[in-house]
Design a protein around this ligand. Structure first.
Ligand code: SF4
Length: 677
């Protein structure tokens, strides 16, 4: 029996980007384990991906093109499916213009090639609308850039050198599990671990100190910390003088932002805020760690803008283990040319941008010109993952909207498709996977042949380009040539042989130890010169949640809804439907504080209706101390079938945009809960 080991890299929307080793016998993958050589993930996969082979060989895989008919879906040949899509797209372009075709994709498959590469060229050639905005990362990135000018943060692995670790709005043990050993190492060296989160997560349970502010009030807490740092002179005056601008204005701005002021907003004891600020100011190497959860508020970008001011005041950027560690994805531009796949010269003219978070709304907009007549979706399941999901459902259900989906399984979104193309899994496709959680890039060698008629996304784009009758050579470049063009200075053969490679950055990567920020004169900006010119608050500023307790909606919907990732076997909406994943997690529920439950006559396990003007869900109640009074939580990731056809938690959530950058405020949602049945 021929047995080989094939090195690969996990592609999921997860910061850990683990290296793996697939064991293949006679062309069949029989084992998948973490790559013990991988410097960051160190040989461990997670409970989701440990069973990835079950997913690859699942009997529910879509392995042939499917065309919707009056009786459901029928298997079709690739030629027939491509011809149908090309015919409909040409007709749409001829009648309405290319912008009547809208695109949606996300990070369900991360990787240079399979996330977004040749699609950029195909859809430029077609003149479709462009996808803009982002569910995750966009608002955070913009907020960080406003303060530091680059958006580039500290290496999270440096947390081992910290004496204070503040995990702010990030459930590290669940969603960034491979960082947790680094955090524990810091604790073993004497560090204090603080978790700040509106939900008592499993990470909060493991912390030395848990602080639970009201949702969406973090910026007020940060401003009060700045107030204390300045008042008590926990400052690195030399650092501030050399590398920042606007300190005097900031000091005047936060003079009124006392712990008492913030305590009333955040629902915290002012003494606790004093203690937190003092601990932060007195630490030698305090590491602030956050990821993407906090950006899902109307003030989501401001969260990152304000957080970035704290290490500037204390000068903790000088220290290994200091600074602010958020997504490190943009450091990959030291190895990868992310513009290599762009081909604007192919486009017939300027192309309309559609924020992916508002595509659901726009599908229902009778005044949109041109109207959306077709949607192409890949690498995700927007009917489950996008907020205001009922807008997606009604929009995709329209008879005059031609929906094309590339998928591995019959997801809630694929069920709305007119044509489904079968997509390969990561074991069946080549890719290079940059990470947003560490400083290594991974190679993914295909371990097995594509199953059935499934193809990688890059091959789908080539086939569609051919079916559309296009001939430009850029549309048909091979995967290996695409990688070479994006990574011209990288020895790809060596990357393939080793399976991963560190970005060309120093081992003791301290990006701002001696300044080097991206603002005016290479400084970080307490006062944003660009924002001042645009009429946006130039200083970090707390703005109450738009859909919050002070809004008119709160009279009818007084409870703040959180929709956390909290299942160890789910990855966003992936795996939910697989037998060893969804059923093992038990089913969705609504967590509610005992005080709120008692006020509504609700007991543990009672059926309740969670509702607002966007939708409703009938769920069992779970009385919980994990949420504060005034806050409820319904876990994210379940499909419609798991909610008895009602849709997932996103039928309730807010699709209002964030302050800058086009992110979405789905954690800023008000609901009411009532006994049902
Ligand atoms: S989902 Fe994340 S933790 Fe799990 S194997 Fe993939 S990269 Fe690693």
């Amino acid at each position: 029996m021929a047995s080989t080991s094939v090195l690969g890299t996990c592609h999921h929307d997860c910061p850990d980007t683990c290296g793996w080793v697939a064991t293949v016998e006679d062309g069949i993958a029989v084992k998948l384990r973490g790559n013990a050589e991988h410097t960051y993930s160190q040989g461990e996969l997670c409970p989701k991906v440990n069973r990835f082979i079950d997913r690859v060989y699942s009997p529910d895989r879509i392995l042939t093109p499917l065309i919707k008919s009056s009786g459901g879906f029928e298997a079709a040949s690739w030629d027939d499916a491509l011809a149908l899509v090309a015919e409909r797209w040409h007709a749409t372009i001829d009648t309405y213009g290319g912008e009547a075709i809208a695109l949606w994709w996300d990070a369900g498959t991360q990787g240079l090639l399979q996330e977004s590469s040749l699609d950029k060229r195909l859809f430029a050639k077609m003149g479709t609308s462009r996808k803009t905005g982002g569910v995750c990362g966009v608002a955070a990135g913009w907020g960080a850039v406003v303060t530091d000018g680059t958006g580039k943060g500290a290496d999270p692995a440096n947390v081992v050198h910290s004496d204070l670790v503040v995990l702010w709005a990030t459930n590290t043990r669940l969603t960034n599990r491979h960082l947790w050993p680094f955090v524990e190492k810091a604790r073993a060296n004497g560090a204090t671990i603080v978790v700040i989160d509106p939900l008592r997560t499993i990470t909060a349970e493991s912390a030395d100190w848990f602080i639970q502010p009201r949702p969406g009030t973090d910026v007020a807490l940060m401003l009060a910390m700045m107030h204390v740092l300045i008042r008590d002179d926990h400052l690195d005056h030399d650092y501030i003088e050399r590398y920042t601008t606007g300190f005097d204005q900031l000091a005047a701005h936060v003079a009124e932002c006392t712990p008492e002021w913030a305590g009333a907003i955040c629902g915290l004891d002012p003494a606790e805020i004093e203690r937190l600020a003092a601990a932060y100011g007195q630490a030698k190497a305090a590491m602030l760690r956050t990821l993407i959860g906090a950006e899902h508020h109307s003030g989501g970008a401001m969260f990152f803008r304000a957080l970035g001011c704290l290490p500037l005041l204390t000068g903790s950027w000088r220290e290994p283990g200091g600074g602010l560690a958020r997504s490190v994805g943009s450091w990959a531009d030291s190895m990868i040319d992310f513009g290599a796949f762009d081909a604007p010269h192919l486009a017939p003219g300027p192309r309309r941008g559609i924020n992916m978070n508002h595509l659901g709304r726009m599908l229902n907009d009778p005044d949109l010109d041109p109207p959306i007549k077709s949607v192409m979706a890949w690498n995700g399941n927007p009917v489950v993952t996008q907020p205001n999901a009922n807008a997606w459902r009604t929009g995709l259900a329209r008879d005059d909207v031609f929906v094309v989906v590339s998928e591995q399984f019959m997801t809630d979104t694929a069920a709305f498709a007119d044509v489904i193309f079968p997509a390969t899994t990561q074991l069946e496709q080549v890719d290079v996977v940059p990470s947003w959680g560490h400083l290594y890039v991974g190679w993914n060698e295909p371990a097995i042949a594509p199953q059935g008629g499934a193809v990688p996304n890059t091959e789908l784009w080539r086939r569609l380009a051919r079916a559309m009758g296009y001939t430009e050579p850029e549309l048909f470049e091979s995967d290996r040539d695409l990688l070479a063009s994006a990574m011209p200075d990288v020895d790809l053969a060596e990357l393939r042989r080793r399976g991963f490679m560190r970005l060309p950055l120093p081992d003791d990567h301290l990006p701002y130890a001696e300044g080097g920020f991206g603002g005016v004169d290479g400084r970080a900006e307490f006062v944003s010169t660009a924002f001042a010119a645009d009429g946006v608050p130039a200083l970090p500023t707390f703005t109450p949640p738009i859909e919050g307790p002070n809004s008119d909606l709160a009279e009818r919907f007084p409870l703040a809804l959180l929709s956390p990732k909290q299942h160890t076997r789910f990855l966003n909406s992936s795996y939910t439907h697989l037998p060893k994943h969804g059923p093992a997690e038990g089913g969705p529920f609504c967590e509610i504080h005992a005080d709120d439950a008692a006020a509504r006559g609700i007991a543990e396990g009672d059926p309740v209706r969670v509702y607002n003007d966007r939708g409703s869900l009938d769920l069992p109640a779970r009385l919980s101390e994990r949420v504060r009074p005034g806050v409820v939580a319904v876990p994210f990731g379940w499909w419609s079938a798991d909610h008895a056809g009602q849709g997932g938690v996103n039928v309730l959530t807010n699709d209002g945009l964030t302050d800058w950058g086009g992110g979405v405020a789905y954690s800023e949602t008000l609901v009411e809960v009532a006994a049902a049945g």
